[in-house]
Ligand binder design. Structure first.
Ligand code: ADP
Ligand code: MG
Length: 717
């Protein structure tokens, strides 16, 4: 039996009443198998004595103490008990918040086994978080129970073992989970079958599955725990890569659609006629990065399989143009291209560029969002279905149920991290294995791309269009805002435009500035001579469009906004980006926002305004906020910033991962475990290469696991 096949009901467990079962269900645990796969988030080592005197060197103390005396502090009924204790090394105090009843349990003169987290406060070594167990014979009983090696005792005692610490949910306690999991282990662990191929298990000296699961919950030693973790992580990553590999095989098996195959001549690494015509009409030449990306795309499109390519390029690197060039190639093959954007604002902007660039070539573009009114919409859908539209740009509306394509040959997903796997699937399902181009300004570490995007090819645009000057970034305290406004006024007077970005839409508490009131102030008090407008997500689309259009034309000179302007917005004449309360934005957002300026030939500026220190002299910024602002000052490279963001926010927060629901790993962490991931990939791919159907006897186990208990939902792009 594989762990995921273990479906024994929780009701078999002694002590599991309806309330406990309900609480477990809330945490996603409905079988004993789920229970065993509910891995600890941490472990507490109570297997070795750690004397009170060494509390500074260890996360917790594990010792035997004698209670010396009681004391109380605080007023009347709510008073708090203090219990003075000592072990052989030091004296300390247990602060019993909300536990006055401990007066009856921790008796002066008696001995207790004690586990607790201690800190130094008010001249004492204190703990408010501790557990204890009464001893009969005092110091004589000092050796932790269970240390003699009786497994049973180690499981049940709160001492003398390395104890699992589980993530808790409402109605669950550590004690309950430990008890239940203990029972499930005793009953079923020995029946668990290995899932990793025997050769990998032996080569890497990993544990058998049964032992790994046991040791993960109740390890006998820290070494055993390490090995158990290694085993489980290796297994998770191996199967993840097996699925990635299988998906890649399947995509290739599908082969190329006939319609386009006929079109794909042997032109190889060169531009197509329509692409050349567009390039001739551009007022600039492609950057080397854009060129390489388009040529790689052309190669894919003349290759034997549908394209699956991820295009990464920093903000402003010109990815949109690359996607238009790709679309031309598709249109030449007699197929349609769809460009999916996450916001209406961005979709509209793309559709305007598409009209300007593609229409003159005789291409028929269209724009489709949820806000298009009934009459226009049905005409549009009819044309789309009839193949009278070549390139359609839009939002989620592109994959609404009633949208039918004549021959969808290329799907472009802009700002791909804004879309979940199911949405990407929905748009792909509108065609017959269409080519896929995903675009992202958020750089993702290589090992992760390999896994998140399966076998996707990756193009990276590393250069920005020539003539761009790096944006000058300045930090300013809020109290110095007038100097910033003064500076912006000069830029406006010189014909430039400015963005002002706020964390809030409307007036809130805490003296935070908001876009709405600031739009008024900017227009009336600060820059009276220059037309200003407001834009944020809650404005209706018509209003948003009106204001954005006016800003793009230059009729509006100052735009007060929330981070809706973060993605994609492109107004080259804007030279100032003022982010107020910048400490409230994440690093990725700050970088995206700054990327809105510096898109023309003129010098551009970004001002990061942050809160002044408090009157008492303390700083107003958290360490994280300071670090974010520092990174923004030091770097303008999206790749560097993404790495820093990763360090600050920790793994699991990379844009695009949260949404990809299929990646429910138990212990493995794709950011931390990169070496293991690379190894798993190598193993998985070499197995699939030799034996794609997993028919050979030594691969039978893999086939069985996938058949009987697949570890992940199917990954389909
Ligand atoms: P992003 O990669 O952030 O999506 P965009 O596609 O919005 O970037 O392009 C940013 C701006 O750069 C646009 O105004 C676009 O017209 C311009 N641009 C694109 N390619 C070039 C180029 N090769 N030379 C000069 N300007 C370019
Ligand atoms: Mg873009």
């Amino acid at each position: 039996m594989y762990l995921r096949e273990l479906a024994a009901p929780l009701s078999q467990i002694k002590g599991a009443g309806p309330a406990a079962i309900r609480a477990l269900a809330q945490a996603g645990i409905t079988t004993q198998g789920d229970l065993l796969a509910y891995y600890p988030r941490d472990w507490e080592d109570r297997s070795r004595p750690i004397p009170l005197g060494e509390y500074r060197c260890f996360p917790a103390v594990c010792t035997v103490v004698r209670v010396l005396a009681h004391d109380w502090f605080g007023p009347g009924a709510g008073r708090t008990l203090k219990v003075y204790i000592e072990d052989e090394s030091a004296r300390g105090v247990l602060v019993c918040f909300n536990r006055p009843f401990l007066e009856k349990q921790l008796l002066p003169g008696k001995y207790y086994r004690l586990w607790g987290r201690f800190y130094y406060k008010f001249g004492e070594i204190q703990s408010a978080s501790f557990e204890f167990e009464a001893l009969e014979q005092g110091w004589a009983e000092k050796a932790p129970s269970g240390a003699e090696g009786s497994e049973g005792a180690a499981y049940t005692s709160r001492f003398g073992a390395i104890l699992p610490v589980y993530p808790l949910a409402a109605g669950l306690t550590q004690a309950l989970l430990r008890r239940f999991i203990r029972q499930a282990l005793d009953r079923y662990a020995s029946e668990l079958e290995d899932e990793l191929p025997e050769a990998v298990l032996l080569r890497d000296g990993l544990l058998r599955k049964a032992q790994a699961v046991r040791s993960l919950h109740f390890p006998a030693s820290l070494e055993e725990l390490t090995l158990a973790r290694r085993t489980v992580i290796a297994e998770e990553l191996f199967y993840l890569e097996i699925l990635v590999g299988i998906q890649s095989l399947e995509r290739r098996k599908g082969g190329r659609r006939k319609t386009s195959a006929s079109m794909r001549t042997a032109e190889g690494a060169s531009f197509s006629p329509l692409q050349r015509r567009l390039m001739e009409r551009l007022p600039f030449t492609l950057t080397a990065g854009q060129r390489d990306a388009v040529l790689a795309i052309n190669q894919d499109l003349s290759g034997p399989y549908p394209m699956a390519r991820l295009l990464q390029g920093d903000v402003g690197s010109g990815k949109t143009l690359v996607s238009f060039l790709a679309a031309l190639r598709t249109v030449e093959a007699g197929e349609q291209a769809a460009l999916l954007a996450p916001t209406e604002l961005l979709a509209r902007q793309h559709s305007e560029s598409a009209a300007a660039l593609l229409e003159p070539l005789g291409i028929r573009p269209a724009f489709l969002t949820g806000n298009i009114k009934a009459a226009g919409r049905s005409a549009l859908l009819k044309n789309l279905a009839a193949g009278e539209i070549d390139v359609v740009v839009g939002t989620h509306a592109l994959f609404s149920r009633d949208v039918i394509y004549h021959k969808l040959g290329l799907v472009v997903v802009d700002e791909q991290h804004r879309f979940g796997v199911t949405q990407r699937q929905a748009i792909m399902a509108k065609g017959d294995h269409p080519d896929l181009l995903m675009m992202s300004a958020t750089p993702i570490p290589r090992t992760l791309t390999l896994t998140l995007f399966g076998d996707m090819a990756v193009s990276v645009i590393r250069d920005l269009p020539p003539g761009r000057r790096p944006v000058k970034t300045h930090l300013a305290k809020r109290s110095g805002e007038n100097r910033v406004y003064e500076f912006v006024r000069k830029e406006l007077a010189a014909g430039r435009q400015a963005y002002f970005v706020y964390p809030l839409v409307e007036e809130g508490n805490a003296g935070l500035k908001d876009a709405e009131s600031m739009a008024k102030r900017l227009a009336q008090e600060i820059f009276p001579g220059f037309p200003a407008a407001l834009i944020h997500a809650r404005l209706d689309e018509e209003e948003k469009r009106k204001n954005m259009d006016a800003f793009r034309r230059g009729d509006i000179r100052v735009l007060a906004a929330t981070s809706v302007v973060e993605v994609g917005v492109d107004v080259p004449n804007a030279s100032c980006m003022v982010i107020e309360q910048a400490e409230r934005f994440g690093l990725a957002a700050l970088h995206q926002l700054r990327g809105r300026v510096g898109r023309g030939a003129d010098q551009s500026y970004c001002f990061l305004l942050y809160a002044d220190p408090q009157p008492d002299g303390s700083g107003a910024l958290t360490e994280d906020a300071k670090a974010r602002l520092r990174v923004m000052m030091e770097s303008s490279d999206g790749f560097v910033i993404a790495e820093e963001d990763l360090k600050l926010r920790g793994p699991g927060h990379i844009a695009g991962i949260e949404q990809s629901g299929y990646l429910k790993l138990g212990l493995a962490d794709l950011v931390r475990d990169t070496e293991e991931l690379a190894k798993a990939r190598l193993d998985a791919f070499s197995i699939l290469e030799k034996d794609p159907e997993l028919r050979q006897p030594e691969h039978r186990r893999i086939a069985l696991v996938l058949e009987r208990a697949p570890p992940f939902a199917r990954i389909v792009l």
